[in-house]
Design a protein around this ligand. Structure first.
Ligand code: ZN
Length: 184
């Protein structure tokens, strides 16, 4: 997924969870579809022995959520957790302990006046920011979810390609014709 979409309500529920858990980190799972549309935010208990600076998702809680994915007709979009006092960027530990390279890691920071939310992809130690859209309606950005729809440009190229091919065929056919009879 090239971006993540959260409704304002979903973003608010993540922020609410972060505030309720303060000064501990909170954590949870983001469910939705492969385009990165988050349809459901599910809180999971943080069982880290040092919850002020780390999170460990309760294994049984996480297994329950992931086990129910097929039944819900959803995919795992990613995970979220909070940083009570630090920016919404992955910590060294977040990078070292990210084991789902395809999942998006959403981090909410409470260090400022308002919660700050950012999304990341962490794969094999490399960190990449993922565009995060918080808006009420689904962004009409990507063709990713509609692979059959050609862009206008692709359509023009396809049509031009057909025209060029037809002209070539006509040209070759004409060149293969026997020479016109000579009238004497
Ligand atoms: Zn973190």
């Amino acid at each position: 997924m090239r971006r993540v979409w959260l409704t304002p309500e979903a973003a608010e529920s993540i922020a609410r969870h972060a505030k309720a858990a303060f000064p501990h980190e909170c954590c949870g799972v983001l469910l939705g579809d492969a385009a990165g549309d988050v349809r459901e935010v599910v809180a999971v208990e943080n069982v880290s022995p040092t919850p002020e600076t780390a999170f460990v998702m309760d294994a049984a809680g996480l297994a329950r959520v992931l086990g129910g994915l097929g039944r819900r007709g959803q995919v795992l979009v990613g995970f979220y957790h909070s940083h009570p006092r630090t920016p919404a960027i992955p910590s060294g530990r977040d990078i070292a302990e990210a084991h789902y390279p395809d999942a998006v890691q959403v981090i909410v920071s409470l260090r400022g006046q308002a919660p700050e939310v950012m999304a990341w992809r962490i794969a094999a130690g490399a960190v990449e920011r993922v565009p995060l859209l918080i808006q009420a309606s689904r962004p009409e950005d990507d063709r990713q979810t509609e692979p059959d729809r050609l862009t206008r440009q692709q359509r023009i190229v396809t049509v031009l390609g057909g025209v060029v091919a037809a002209l070539l065929v006509i040209g070759v056919a004409l060149s293969l014709l026997p020479p016109p009879p000579v009238i004497q």
